[in-house]
Design a protein around this ligand. Structure first.
Ligand SMILES: [Zn+2]
Length: 299
């Protein structure tokens, strides 16, 4: 029987997400200058292979290759007019790659124009952008949404509102705390958790950032802010160094999985990896936690 969202979260289970898509596609030969979304059309076999590798590694939920799938973001690679097709196709590819053994989360990232609030875009326009992407992802058959890597509270609120205009599916909403423990716009994990928990979302948390060593502290702040909230921990494998013209990430799978134990102890129930993490990292996390319940002192 294919997994369902509710059953996945039964029995206080730990839930394993996937690892990076963009950096994995780079390992498969995608040029650094390419957007991963462009490969949904140009090299769907690679996108499928990456997704399937995560399912085989033990992911309960895999993400679509649509992090930069808003029209605003796709316009940067001159694909704005193919946004619907890219999102719908990416969802279908991910769905096929699960072979019925994992759920598919529609990945939604920022509009790509912020350093400051929405980069001058009107709030309603931002909501429309996210709603259009979410609609295409729903048409492609996603089970839930992962809204991730946001720095700005107003923008992530616009993303949740956009999804809610077209879908009642569960939403995970996570921000990136990569600037001295805060987001680029200066938001602390505590403040982010307080605000995100008020939105119509199932889980909140943190993704990407500076590395897996920061994540336990972020989780502790979020638990303090909103006790009992489902928390996502999905850090990158450290910051990349360029080796022979290719980004190389410092945290190997075994070390990454050891860190995962710390995030879980700190309160995370949904764990995975961001930039630089691979199917091997997810396999190591799965092995580390297999059969174990969360080690939270409250249970
Ligand atoms: Zn990342």
């Amino acid at each position: 029987m294919p997994p369902s969202f509710d059953r996945l979260f039964d029995h206080h289970r730990l839930v394993v997400l996937d690892g990076a898509t963009g950096t994995l596609l780079q390992q498969f030969g995608m040029p650094l200058s390419h957007s991963p979304e462009s490969w949904v059309l140009e090299n769907p076999v690679a996108v499928y292979t990456a997704a399937e590798a995560y399912v085989n590694a033990g992911s309960d939920i895999i993400l679509t290759c649509t992090f930069g799938g808003t029209v605003a973001r796709l316009q940067e690679s001159l694909l704005g007019d193919r946004a619907f097709e890219i999102n719908q196709t990416a969802a279908k590819i991910a769905r096929e790659a699960t072979h019925g053994r994992a759920l598919v989360a529609g990945s939604i990232g920022p509009l790509g124009r912020l350093q400051l609030t929405l980069g001058g875009m009107r709030y309603t326009e931002a909501v429309d952008q996210f709603a259009a992407q979410a609609q295409a992802l729903v048409m492609g058959g996603v089970d839930l949404f992962e809204i991730e890597s946001f720095s700005d509270l107003q923008e992530i609120q616009a993303a949740v509102e956009g999804v809610r205009q077209v879908s009642k599916l569960p939403i995970f909403a996570t921000m990136s705390f990569d600037s001295q423990g805060k987001t680029l716009t200066g938001i602390t994990p505590y403040a982010a958790a307080k605000m995100l928990a008020q939105l119509d979302v199932t889980a909140i948390g943190a993704n990407c950032g500076r590395g897996p060593w920061d994540m336990a502290g972020i989780m502790r702040e979020m638990v303090e802010a909103v006790p009992g909230m489902l928390l996502v921990a999905k850090p990158n494998a450290g910051l990349p160094e360029m080796v022979d013209g290719k980004p190389s990430y410092p945290v190997d799978p075994a070390k990454f999985a050891q860190f995962a134990r710390d995030w879980i102890r700190a309160g995370a129930r949904i764990v995975g990896g961001c930039c630089g993490s691979t199917p091997k990292h997810i396999e190591a996390i799965r092995a580390e936690i297999s059969g174990k319940r969360p080690v939270s002192s409250k249970q």
